[in-house]
Write a protein that binds this ligand. Structure first.
Ligand SMILES: [Mg+2]
Length: 463
């Protein structure tokens, strides 16, 4: 029996959780191989068909994560490529290690931001076809040399959220985390030169008072529906990917979002960005994500009521985000969470620009909490495991494309790792090492104890 649940690969007595392989017969767990042979961590495991004991062949590429980031699959040795191609040809599945997917979620999010931003000239273009023409003139995404391109405010604020999460000890409770986040958001405003930060973020960060009890909450903002909360929340889903942690994910996504965007359209975008990252890590089918979000909104509303901050204002402004998402899911035919999405017969760059604009609040597709996440999700649904297609849809469009790019690329990386991503897209990425370190740290924090416990109980259930 073989089953993949996104976190663990089951095969009778063997189980793969993205980091370790348990095998009763062989007594091998990947970590021991790394230790005895001096390799820091396995990167990819490929499985052959056959099933049952002895029917599974495990091929481990003994490359460290840091090494894998600098040498992506496109640069693998001929021997490695030949081995992987052979396994793929035989019908085996290639499963990037979960830790690689964590690192990829952080690093590729930065790449999606940088590619959409293009030092400001593509972020503020409303003309998708012109962006695609210019991209081709630069050699296309496969050959694009992005040296000298900066990440924008999206990545700087995503780093701030992730660093607060990485520094926080769960046993201290949530207040210290919110203080850290508020302080990080204030501090990161010093690193915004040339990165086009949003005015709402700038204004709100000034109001935050991390040293005052409750000073991480700003007043309700009728104009706070922008995407600034969503674009920096993906790492919350990396930190809390387990179903049992949903309440914590909701609370942190809402509070971190409304530190700058105290309006449901803004902070529910933060919730969607975090929740879909958790779904990506957990291997939930992408067509179920939208329904999962709608099913979660009632819990989020209960949280907002219980938290007791500007409740009436929040509830009065609540329906817009929910209604826009309902409309979108109906349009794609996935309101039931089970059907496969349907797209218009002709859905090229021009048509996508029109659609993205139509789901937006004021015509600038991706600039609000709801449409940044809708557009990123639309790109995920339409791209499968193709990084190039994801960028064509989720990054290179007219609108707020650095934010949709940062969000969509994080979700994609959390599912597929660095699979087939051209090295040049992230090789010289600004803040790459910080992003790598945070991906590794968030993996450790979210899985170190949880995995061992759930692995044991899951093994017991199967045996
Ligand atoms: Mg930006």
């Amino acid at each position: 029996m073989r089953m993949w649940d996104g976190m663990r690969m089951w095969d009778g007595m063997r189980m793969w959780d993205g980091m370790r392989m348990w095998d009763e017969d062989v007594g091998w767990d990947g970590q021991r191989v790394s230790e005895t042979r001096g390799n820091p961590s396995p990167r990819l495991t490929a499985r052959l068909p056959g099933g049952g004991r002895g029917g599974v062949c495990v091929f481990v590429r003994k490359l460290s994560i840091a090494h894998s980031v600098t040498r992506c699959s496109a640069a693998a040795s001929l021997r490695e490529r030949a081995a992987l191609a052979m396994l793929a040809a035989m019908g085996g599945s290639l499963v990037p290690a979960l830790i690689e997917r964590y690192v990829a979620a952080m690093v590729l999010s930065g790449a999606g931001d940088l590619l959409g931003f293009k030092n400001g000239s593509w972020e503020f273009s409303r003309d998708g076809p012109a962006i695609h023409r210019e991209l081709q003139q630069l050699g296309g995404l496969e050959k694009l040399d992005a040296s000298g391109w900066m990440v924008s405010d999206d990545t700087v604020m995503h780093l701030a959220t992730a660093e607060a999460l990485a520094d926080w000890r769960r046993e201290d409770g949530l207040s210290p985390l919110y203080r850290k986040m508020a302080q990080k958001y204030k501090n990161c405003m010093k690193d915004m030169t040339g990165r086009a930060p949003g005015l709402t973020c700038i204004k709100s960060a000034r109001q935050l008072q991390p040293k005052v009890d409750g000073g991480w909450t700003i007043p309700f903002d009728p104009k706070g529906g922008g995407c600034g909360g969503a674009m920096r929340a993906m790492c919350i889903g990396l930190r809390f990917p387990h179903d049992t942690e949903l309440d914590t994910l909701i609370a942190i996504a809402v509070e971190s979002g409304r530190m700058t965007h105290h309006h449901p359209t803004g902070y529910l975008g933060s919730l969607a960005a975090a929740l879909f990252t958790a779904y990506a890590v957990s291997g939930k089918p992408t067509e179920s994500w939208g329904k999962g979000l709608l099913d979660t909104l009632d819990k989020a509303k209960s949280y907002v009521k219980t938290a007791g901050k500007h409740v009436e204002d929040n509830l009065a402004a609540w329906p817009y985000f929910e209604n826009q998402w309902k409309k979108y899911l109906q349009e794609r035919g996935i309101a039931d969470g089970k059907s496969k999405p349907t797209f218009p017969e002709k859905y090229g760059v021009v048509e996508r620009d029109k659609f993205y604009s139509s789901v937006s609040y004021s015509g600038w597709g991706g600039s609000s909490g709801h449409d940044s996440t809708i557009i990123a999700y639309d790109a995920i649904l339409g791209s499968g495991d193709s990084w190039i297609e994801l960028c064509n849809r989720g990054v290179f469009h007219g609108g707020d494309n650095d934010s949709t790019g940062a969000i969509a690329a994080a979700w994609w990386g959390a599912m597929y790792g660095f699979q087939e991503v051209p090295k040049s897209n992230f090789e010289n990425l600004e803040y790459k090492q910080r992003l790598v370190t945070l991906g590794e740290k968030l993996y450790e924090l979210s899985h170190s104890s949880y995995t061992r416990l759930s692995a044991k109980s899951s093994c017991d259930a199967v045996m």
